[in-house]
Design a protein around this ligand. Sequence first.
Ligand SMILES: [Zn+2]
Length: 242
Amino acid sequence: MGSSYTIGRIAGVDLKMHWTFLLLLAWVAYRDWTYGGPVAAAVGLAFVLAIFGCVVLHEFGHVLMARHFGITTRDVVLLPIGGVARLEYFPTKPRQELLIALAGPAVTLAVVAVLYVLLSVVGAGPMGVGSLMTFGRGFLANLLVVNVYILVFNLIPAFPMDGGRVLRAILASRMGFVRGTRTAATVGKGIAVLFGLYAMFGGPTTNWFLLMIALFVFTAASGEAASVEARARHDRYPPVNP
Ligand SMILES: [Zn+2]
């Protein structure tokens, strides 16, 4: 991935940071400094880094499950919108893809559970379902809320989210890899269109962030379908000199 810098190595896999991630850190520091001075800026930065710590844990759920099936990971890249574990390849065996796709959300669910228990112990009191989705109850509670959003967002059944791979794996086990991908991509595109419509007409003003995500999801779904179709054609007509 262009212009990424290696910032560490975990379990033998390079952890990289895309340069745009520095923009995010700079923006958060600037915003919080102007509101509340250096302490607020430090807390803001610590919060972003804590979120990305949780994202790294999520990605290594995928990495370690992939390794379990003998698939190595090139690197894990941190982007402002999240992390990407770049596996050497995605398995075409539905059961393996299903387990690799679910391993990340399973780790995030564990993070949510740990934070929930931690918050109950340090005295924030038991949290209702509503407060799991609302910000403003302090650092750890906010971190819990972010992880709930990460969990829900990743389970949306559209590429490139984990939910898209889960859906493809389930469909592929019934109708084969190519048809399963085609159907999963169509579902993903449908969801992207709904997101896009909601972003444009769901509120008083256009939600540009959601619209951007909708475009991103639509493109990813089309790309996944196209690459699998291309591979299928390639497999049917193998090159003369492989
Ligand atoms: Zn994931």
